[in-house]
Design a protein around this ligand. Structure first.
Ligand SMILES: [Zn+2]
Ligand SMILES: [Zn+2]
Length: 178
């Protein structure tokens, strides 16, 4: 079972540099006071024991869960003393969006003027059979069931194989071809 940790609640927003670079790596939460005014400074999020853990960053708005991204939880300060939080994917590509920018825009506090609850849900990751790295997406060989990280796995039409089972499959194809 997944444990969801509430990191904070308020208006979801992010530093302009995230849009400019296209990374969309972090978000911040801005509290609303009793009169409805939104603070200029983001709240400190309850990330203490969770930093570096793998899991899902989830925002809940009007009771609906939205998955923002999957990876290792980290914090950053775009402005000194102001906390942004994100999840770093496994081996991110230079032009990869770390969080789902389409979902972020739907929840953008300055536009929709609604609060979210921001959660982090840890994922129990399997270890790669070959190199012991965490297998973030928990993919296993379709034939023999061993867990394999992205670097150590072989894929054929989105099916994951270990090296041995992949070779076996290639051989079967060749035999069928004869
Ligand atoms: Zn591996
Ligand atoms: Zn296998």
């Amino acid at each position: 079972m997944q444990t969801k940790h509430l990191l904070g609640s308020g208006m979801l927003s992010w530093h302009p540099s995230e849009r400019i670079t296209g990374r969309y790596g972090t978000v911040s939460i801005f509290a609303k006071d009793l009169t409805g005014d939104v603070s200029d400074e983001p709240v400190d999020l309850a990330v203490h024991n969770l930093l570096g853990q793998y899991g899902q960053l989830i925002a809940v708005q009007d009771g609906n869960e939205h998955l923002l991204g999957i990876g290792a939880l980290f914090t950053e300060e775009h402005i000194a003393g102001q906390m942004s939080v994100g999840v770093r994917p496994d081996n991110p590509m230079p032009d990869e969006e770390w969080l789902d920018s389409t979902v972020l825009e739907q929840l953008n506090g300055t536009i929709v003027e609604k609060s979210v609850e921001l959660y982090f849900a840890q994922i129990e990751s399997l270890s790669c059979e070959k190199c012991l790295a965490l297998v973030i997406d928990n993919k296993v060989c379709d034939e023999c069931g061993v867990a394999l990280c992205k670097k150590c796995r072989y894929t054929d039409e989105d099916i994951v194989f270990c090296f041995g089972c992949f070779q076996e499959r290639q051989r079967e194809y060749q035999t069928e071809g004869d």
